[in-house]
Design a protein around this ligand. Structure first.
Ligand code: GLU
Length: 470
């Protein structure tokens, strides 16, 4: 039997960090074991499910390059099959019609509360056959009355639940629509899922699902429940903590490799190794090494991982992701240096690709003004002569390469008996519009020669005006 895992999101929002981690672990477990990974969209909640959310989930999976071998399956396309299984459970005496009114159910709950017992359905229609005509009913699963359900959870270890704790859950609502615990079992069975990996918010559903599997005579999958992710404040990670949708991390300038690497470590470890390539993750991932305790989200660490990948992945690859941000910031990069060159010179200097795009605008766009602070400090009358001299030397270059540019700056400083900074800083502000850039020779080399000369003229004009006004 092929080891088969699945990711089964409900399309009621974007793909959030917790979901992405569940998807990643399921994907890794399948890949590592030469198995298959299924994507299943659990869209039976018609009111809350949206196509936009389905798209957002798929976008997130695609961006993270978590490819699925089968699917996407949609539960809304499988209602006939669920009905068939519900009918089978009814026919075999493993389910029954319950005609309780909502008031009766409320009453049962109230009584249980009074007695200090767990609120549960008391089974009043479990053995009745005196069905009223034309009254609405739900269908309930006949949960075993005695014995225990034992889950050998691959992450949490053995969990035992007494059947006395479980009531007869509704598997079909009064409109006939199936409920989550039923659809998930039918799907995991039909789709040959051998290992169910999901968040531990579902751990209470698992014994119920195991009982349904058993009633159907279906083989039981293994289960692995992954502890939740907490925000910086120790509370369950949610929108309140800012970016929790995967695509928001793309928008904020993270590489998919960084988020994946960060997510894999959020709840799993291999010694004290922090950085894993995709292949290493596949090779080393083991559900047994997942933490049993919740993990805390740590943005600083994510930034560190992102910086690592911006610096170490092939610049041509990083450039593909940078291109998205350039476009997002309306920077037309069709004229100017190759984006991979930008990655090479800027990766050390930024935390995110978004920032990289922001500080690289001058490579592609002219500006009409200099940064006020930088201009005030560096485009002063004393900078006029060095800028004129260096401009003449730069204009004379026939081979626009860093080493020649470097020599031109050096010679200017030597001739005028000035420190390098007295030439370099005005030149930097002139060429880039502000006081920060990668090393000047490389920066100028990436800029077109004519462009640099024109920008120096613009800076000289600012200085001239300052002299005139003084
Ligand atoms: N659709 C469920 C959810 O999004 C997951 C169900 C499961 O993994 O079994 O929470």
């Amino acid at each position: 039997m092929t080891l088969t895992t699945r990711f089964a999101p409900s399309p009621t929002g974007y793909l959030h960090v917790g979901g992405a981690r569940t998807a990643l672990y399921s994907w890794l477990h399948a890949k590592k074991n030469g198995g298959e990974f299924i994507l299943r969209i659990e869209d039976t909640d018609l009111e809350r499910s949206t196509q936009a959310s389905v798209d957002a989930i798929m976008d997130g999976m695609n961006w993270l390059q978590l490819d699925w071998d089968k699917g996407p399956y949609f539960q809304t396309k499988r209602f006939d099959r669920y009905k068939e299984v519900i009918d089978q459970l009814l026919a075999e005496g493993n389910a029954y019609r319950c005609y309780c009114t909502p008031e009766e159910v409320d009453e049962m709950r109230a009584q249980a509360r009074e007695k200090g017992e767990k609120e549960r359905y008391n089974g009043m229609w479990r053995d009745r056959t005196d069905y009223p005509e034309d009254k609405p009913y739900v269908i309930r699963f006949k949960n075993p009355l005695d014995g225990d359900v034992v889950i050998n959870d691959l992450v949490k270890g053995e969990i035992t639940i007494s059947n006395k704790e479980l009531d007869d859950l509704i598997i079909a609502r009064s409109d006939g629509s199936p409920t989550y615990n039923l659809t998930v079992v039918v799907d995991d069975w039909d789709m040959g899922v051998t290992c169910v990996i999901r968040g531990d918010d579902h751990v209470n559903n698992t014994p119920r699902q195991i009982n349904i599997f058993n009633a159907l005579g279906a083989p039981l999958p293994e289960f692995a429940h992954i502890p939740m992710i907490l925000g910086d404040d120790g509370k369950r990670l949610s929108k309140r903590h800012g970016a929790v949708g995967v695509m928001q991390y793309r928008d904020d300038g993270y590489l998919p490799e960084a988020l994946l690497n960060y997510l894999v470590r959020l709840g799993w470890s291999h010694g004290d190794q922090e950085l894993f390539t995709r292949d290493e993750m596949i090779e080393l991932f083991d559900l047994n090494d997942c933490n049993r305790a919740p993990s805390g989200f740590n943005t600083e660490k994510l930034i560190w991982v992102n910086q690592h990948y911006m610096k170490t992945l092939a610049p041509e690859y990083v450039a593909e992701h940078l291109a998205w941000h350039m476009q997002d910031q309306n920077i037309d990069t069709s004229n100017g240096p190759a984006l991979s060159e930008i990655v090479k010179v800027q990766a050390e200097r930024v935390k995110t690709l978004k920032e990289m795009a922001e500080i690289s605008r001058y490579f592609y766009q002219d500006f009409t003004e200099f940064d006020a602070t930088a201009a005030k400090k560096h485009l002063r009358p004393v900078a006029q002569q060095p800028l004129e001299v260096v401009k003449a030397k730069l204009a004379a270059l026939t081979d626009w390469q860093p080493e020649h540019i470097h020599a031109a700056i050096n010679e200017t400083a030597a001739e005028l008996e000035l420190g390098m900074g007295k030439v370099g800083m005005p030149l930097r502000v002139a060429a880039t519009g502000a006081g920060n850039s990668p090393s000047l020779d490389v920066t100028l080399a990436l800029l077109d020669q004519d462009k640099v000369l024109a920008r120096i003229d613009m800076a000289l004009a600012v200085i001239a005006e300052r002299i005139a006004n003084s």
